[in-house]
Design a protein around this ligand. Structure first.
Ligand SMILES: NC(=O)c1ccc[n+]([C@@H]2O[C@H](COP(=O)([O-])OP(=O)(O)OC[C@H]3O[C@@H](n4cnc5c(N)ncnc54)[C@H](OP(=O)(O)O)[C@@H]3O)[C@@H](O)[C@H]2O)c1
Length: 242
């Protein structure tokens, strides 16, 4: 199969790309600096990468790529620098998702968005403890990336394009592990979001996104939902301590 991955040079995006390539899929993408990718990915025969920033690529050039793919994964995120967090584009993720949806609205498309467990699915009646609610409200005001992730999720949730199906993956605190391990997905957070939070390894996020994109049964189970993902061992310890 063929996939478009936004943010494929990022910490999670490159893991998703690598897992898709390892299974024989073809991955398309744009990157501001393609050479930032590890050599094994950068020079893989099934990686079709072009230089450029996703928001700046002309519509025709982006559409020509998107017309070839069966699904889209977005691992875009604001760089952890002063410019990345407080500079422009402040609505990077929402704007990118909007472009990808608009340019593919004529065809069947599965889109998986990597978001955050700090993004509340209000349609799901999610109740957070007051400390988390207060912290999220502060983060929304002082950290544009929090607001951006919320806007992107709400944008997808409100889409009515008949051929679009989507899934918003919400990891807990991201950690880096070298191997895929046991993980669990839930429709809503099982732990605190800021206080008493759990862990999710990026490689598990990538694995879940890859599975969503490539396995119809997994897609059928989660499309239109906002699964929250936890590393199993850490979750079990946390739940046992409550
Ligand atoms: N606890 C949580 O739930 C949690 C925690 C952290 C992050 N997240 C979310 O997870 C997502 C990805 O995290 P990550 O750590 O894998 O991200 P990351 O390593 O920072 O990667 C971000 C990707 O976005 C690209 N990007 C950044 N600014 C861009 C711009 N202006 N134009 C085009 N591309 C741009 C980067 O490209 P370059 O390589 O060119 O910079 C990179 O490919 C983010 O949405 C973030 O909000 C969630």
């Amino acid at each position: 199969m063929k996939f478009f991955i936004a943010g494929l040079t990022g910490a999670t995006g490159r893991l998703l790309t690598s897992q898709l390539l390892a299974e024989g899929h073809t991955v398309f993408g744009f990157a501001r600096n393609p050479d930032a990718l590890p050599i094994g990915i950068r020079h893989h025969g099934n990686l079709k990468i072009q230089q450029g920033s996703l928001l700046d690529i002309p519509d025709e050039q982006l559409r020509a790529v998107l017309d070839k793919v069966d699904g889209i994964g977005s691992c875009l995120g604001h760089s952890v620098t002063r410019q990345g967090i407080w500079g422009h584009p402040r609505t990077l993720v929402r704007d990118a998702v909007q472009r990808l949806v608009e340019l593919t609205k004529h065809k069947r498309m599965h889109l998986v968005l990597m978001s955050s467990n700090g993004v509340v699915n209000t349609d799901n009646n999610e109740q957070f403890q007051w400390m988390d609610r207060a912290a999220i409200s502060v983060l929304r005001t002082v950290l544009p990336p929090q607001k951006d992730n919320e806007l992107a999720a709400v944008f997808l949730q409100n889409q009515t394009y008949p051929y679009l199906e989507w899934c918003i993956v919400r990891p807990d605190n991201l950690v880096d592990h070298s191997e895929v391990s046991g993980y669990k997905a839930f429709v809503s957070p099982q732990l605190g979001v800021i206080f008493g939070a759990g862990q999710t390894s990026r490689i598990n996020v990538a694995h879940f996104m890859k599975t969503l994109l490539t396995e119809e049964a997994v897609w059928a189970a989660w499309q239109g939902q906002w699964p929250v993902l936890y590393n199993e061992v850490h979750l079990d310890k946390k739940l046992a301590a409550i």
